[in-house]
Design a protein around this ligand. Structure first.
Ligand SMILES: [Zn+2]
Length: 283
């Protein structure tokens, strides 16, 4: 009898010990498995803040901003709308050497609408019509000087020989040196069109750019600067945040955000004339 009890007790102890062992080792294994993951998470959390550069706060201006918006077209030779590559390169070098900040479309909208600037010397470079030489002649200059420009695209012209194709625009977009805005579908004088036709020109070009360049298109440039009260009302109604004309001068919000002036850069202009043209003191 005694021996039987002893045997039963022994089996009991073994079973309890086995049960405890299984019970204790289970959570331990889970912990071990999750530990490396936690380690990685901690590493990632520590690594992320180092990569994020804290953006400098923008400067709030006391007086309304006067923004030089440069207007170029083709970077080549031949007529009054074409600026030779050598001249364009000299102008970009001037901007770089004199520490100008070239704004993106988003930055220009922020600057004009909040009256703040990332730094005192700012300029917005725009090129109308999206000529193919913007890729072959302009982009290399922007890459070298590390500046930025905005190209105003006639979306119905992207299959034409002298204009940028969609593939070329995507290639330029990928460099981060260029962004794209609307210059309508067919480059017609908007002020001579019916409201329906105007709306179509504005909305269709916007939709084309949004879809093909995966962006939200916020700026409209009027063909030949032509616009009327209906144009400006529709520019707002079709979702643009501002629009550019060819009226000569610095852009100021008092002109109306759908009627902003620009500075035409003409062929043969000396760098000194260029420097004087864009010179403005914002405070
Ligand atoms: Zn144009």
């Amino acid at each position: 009898m005694r021996r039987k009890w002893w045997l039963i007790s022994l089996i009991g102890i073994v079973l309890v010990a086995l049960g405890s062992f299984i019970f204790l080792t289970r959570p331990l294994r889970t912990n071990e498995r999750s530990r490396p993951a936690q380690h990685n998470q901690i590493k990632e959390q520590q690594a992320t803040p180092k990569k994020v550069r804290t953006a400098k706060p923008w400067i709030k201006l006391k007086r309304p901003l006067k923004l030089p918006i440069l207007m170029y077209h083709s970077i080549s030779t031949g007529n009054q709308l074409r600026v030779p590559k050598k001249q364009f390169a000299a102008e970009m070098t001037y901007l770089k050497d004199h520490h100008y900040r070239t704004l993106t479309t988003a930055e220009a909208i922020r600057a004009l609408t909040t009256n703040q600037v990332p730094q005192k010397k700012v300029v917005w470079i725009t090129l109308d019509d999206a000529y193919k030489d913007n890729l072959t002649h302009m982009l290399p200059v922007l890459e070298r000087t590390r500046l930025h420009a905005t190209i105003n695209v006639i979306t119905g012209f992207t299959h034409k020989k002298n204009h940028l194709s969609l593939a070329e625009m995507k290639q330029m977009q990928a460099t981060g040196r260029v962004d794209f805005a609307s210059h309508t579908v067919q480059h017609l004088d908007l002020s001579s069109l019916s409201a329906t036709q105007q709306r179509q020109e504005m909305a269709d070009s916007k939709a084309w750019l949004n879809h093909n360049l995966k962006q939200s298109t916020t700026m409209l440039c009027y063909p030949a600067g032509r616009n009327n009260a209906t144009t400006r009302r529709l520019a707002k109604a079709t979702g643009y945040q501002l629009a550019l004309t060819t009226t000569e001068g610095f852009a100021q919000m008092k002109q109306g955000r759908y009627h902003l002036s620009r500075l035409r850069i003409t062929p043969g202009m000396s760098t000194a004339t260029f420097a004087a043209l864009i010179q403005v003191t914002n405070q």
